[in-house]
Design a protein around this ligand. Structure first.
Ligand SMILES: Cc1cc2nc3c(=O)[nH]c(=O)nc-3n(C[C@H](O)[C@H](O)[C@H](O)COP(=O)(O)OP(=O)(O)OC[C@H]3O[C@@H](n4cnc5c(N)ncnc54)[C@H](O)[C@@H]3O)c2cc1C
Length: 443
């Protein structure tokens, strides 16, 4: 369709209304700048996607679910908005067919510390798979009562990239606060975004197509409109940027593009299921088991109704399958066949046939984020050959005009590949723009 110019003039255009975009916009708006956000989807939140259509009893997270750690910036807003949270326990887990005390969080935290010290002693480029076979890791596994396979499953889940393409540095690069604690927002993660977005000018259903720019002078084109500003905050996921879904004119600098391709966008399939209990109110999944780690492709299941008053009729289970295993779902053509993968593997764990599992499933929903048009990303990971400074390059403003933010960027020391890292990057970016404004008005 031909572009018809209907120029809207503002100070800042934010592209993308995920956590990074919404919190950047909020900060800019509160400081008195004219700022709008253009969002491709018909909803806000990005990879935070809370729905009410799966369970009638509680919100369901089809994207991000947990606040990782106790120091996340998210807590500031949880308190400000008065949102209720609930801790997900790190106690028992069903591991390889047996109910065990779960040491996985401590193990992952120790592994991360070992990776940091290996990196400091110049071994950051050691292939991750080789590092996982090292004697120190073997000792750690023995102490943690985990097998190497289980550890690999957890790493795939955490990193969302093929382990064979990663190095020790890839592990150093990610946030690890989730190894301390994980909390869920009782009213849904979407509430955080909804409250933050109150009173802001966010235009949904507006995919950005082209950005024409020169210092302090930007035109952003959607299919029907043209927007003009002095600054742009671009929070598009790394997979969308790598696919060049948005054209930049002139093209982005080479060091930026190199940094972009130093990251693997990752693959992640998130599934939510509600199962019927039997006529005696019993669930095939014991009510005192919060999560399951399986050596099969589907990696990690957990009770998403944990801590809720138990219903006698039904119970809820979520699954996250990430990394190359997520592509296993891509081989199936229909949503029913993709759901059957989970039912078959969960049925295998609990000794139930596929037919029985199907008969107990009330509702099942799934999102393959790496195939989603406006994500094309699970969560980003530094590739083995990637420059460790890549995220910093991505978070460095271009001519104080184009400001990239979001989970893949590192604008200061914030945690990447997480909601709180994305929020932080949005806040820091907004502050940088405000600093530019001060300098300009002082000049
Ligand atoms: C399955 C899954 C589970 C996760 N679990 C957790 C978790 O438990 N805890 C945690 O902290 N993190 C989790 N994450 C990571 C977290 O969701 C992301 O780090 C975070 O959402 C990134 O925020 P963002 O604003 O950078 O990007 P996004 O949330 O992806 O937002 C980017 C926005 O840009 C929009 N967009 C794309 N193209 C265009 C275009 N052309 N024009 C305009 N807009 C466009 C998108 O629609 C989207 O709204 C998970 C991610 C996935 C996929």
């Amino acid at each position: 369709m031909a572009e018809r110019a209907q120029d809207t003039q503002v100070d800042v255009i934010v592209c993308g209304a995920g956590p990074a975009g919404v919190f950047a916009l909020r900060e800019l708006h509160r400081a008195g700048l004219r700022a709008i956000c253009l969002e491709a989807r018909q909803r806000i939140g990005g990879r935070i996607h809370t729905v009410r259509s799966v369970s009638q009893r509680h919100p369901t997270e089809l994207g991000a679910e947990f606040i990782h750690g106790k120091d996340a910036v998210t807590w500031k807003y949880i308190n400000e908005f008065g949102l209720e949270t609930q801790e997900f326990p790190s106690g028992k887990a069903h591991v390889d067919g047996a109910l065990n005390v779960d040491h996985s969080q401590q193990c992952m935290a120790a592994l991360h510390a070992m990776a940091i010290s290996a990196s400091k002693s110049g071994k950051g480029d050691t292939p991750l798979k080789e590092f996982l076979r090292s004697p120190e890791v073997t000792v750690l596994l023995d102490q943690s009562h985990l097998t190497r396979r289980q550890l690999q499953q957890l790493l795939k889940n955490d990193l969302s990239a093929p382990l064979g393409q990663l190095s020790v540095q890839s592990l150093v690069d990610v946030q690890t606060d989730g190894y301390q604690s994980n909390h869920r927002i009782v009213g849904g993660y979407g509430e955080l975004i909804r409250r933050a977005a109150e009173g802001l000018d966010i235009r949904t259903g507006c995919p950005v197509r082209r950005i024409v720019w020169e210092p302090q002078n930007i035109d952003v084109f959607t299919a029907r409109e043209k927007f003009h500003a002095r600054y742009a905050v671009i929070t598009l996921p790394v997979g969308v940027l790598q696919a060049r879904d948005v054209a930049f004119d002139p093209a982005l600098p080479k060091d930026f593009l190199d940094a972009l391709h130093a990251l693997d966008p990752g693959r992640a399939v998130k599934s939510a299921m509600v199962f019927r209990r039997n006529e005696k109110g019993k669930a095939f999944w014991p009510d005192d088991v919060p999560q399951i780690i399986t050596p099969m492709k589907t990696q990690l299941y957990w009770r998403s109704d944990w801590g809720e008053p138990q219903s006698r009729g039904a119970f809820s289970v979520n699954n996250l399958t990430a990394g190359l295993d997520a592509e296993y779902f891509d081989d199936e053509e229909s949503p029913v066949d993709r759901m059957d993968i989970l039912l078959r593997q969960l049925g295998h764990i609990f000794g139930r046939s596929l037919g029985k599992m199907r008969s107990m499933l009330k509702v099942g929903k799934q999102v393959a984020w790496h195939n989603d048009q406006y994500a094309k990303t699970g969560y980003s990971t530094l590739r083995a050959e990637g420059d460790p400074a890549a995220r910093k390059v991505l978070g460095t403003p271009i001519h104080n005009t184009l400001f990239f933010a979001g989970e893949a960027t590192r604008c200061s020391e914030e945690d990447v590949a997480s909601v709180h890292g994305a929020i932080d990057s949005g806040l820091i970016t907004a502050q940088r723009i405000l600093a530019c404004e001060k300098v300009e008005s002082a000049a």
